[in-house]
Design a protein around this ligand. Sequence first.
Ligand code: SF4
Length: 229
Amino acid sequence: MVSRRPTVRPTHPAAEVRRILPKLRRQHPKADTELHFENAFQLLAATILSAQCTDERVNAVTPALFTAYPDADSLAAADEGALEELVKSTGFYRSKARSLRGMAAGVVADHAGAVPRSREALIALPGVGRKTANVVLGHAMGVPAMPVDRHVLRVANRLGIARGDDPERVEEQLCAALPRRGWTRASDTLILHGRRICKPKPLCDRCNVQQECAFFPPSGPPARRRTRR
Ligand code: SF4
């Protein structure tokens, strides 16, 4: 649970943020994590592998990984070379294999083999950062959470619903503006919008929230901005 008050104010007040997100959700009604998983352990492992890698590539690798290592006990005891070979195509495979084995060893040693349900306990596991913990809480535990990745940072700043390049500060601002039950879906929506529409070179003509956007038009003067609906 985010408890600190945001220190930087976004462009839009909270009421406006709560109006903008549903509009964006209508553009991406099926927004959800694109990683394939059947339980919290699998999502935790898949999210570790997704760093600097596409979800498609991770999804191509995880079936064999989870067949070989179906739980934390087996992954903790994995042969280093065999594990590296399995995750090699996701990039940074030595570091990722080390994180996977460390995470699994922590789950076995400190949580009797079950992935913990608190952010603090998740972050204490080797190789698990705040974003990964939030992904697992939100999608595998049913605990509302706001993963902030580079897409959320870009879209939220352009839209003016958060400000700053620090993921934790942006998480605070979005969580402060939105109802807790909507956090996970809001993150999914912003991520998908960043992947499909609000790319580094944005496709503004296809954007549902163009008229609420603090960034649009990318190069035109404020006077050219459209009147809000
Ligand atoms: S109008 Fe353009 S810059 Fe603004 S959120 Fe939409 S795609 Fe991104």
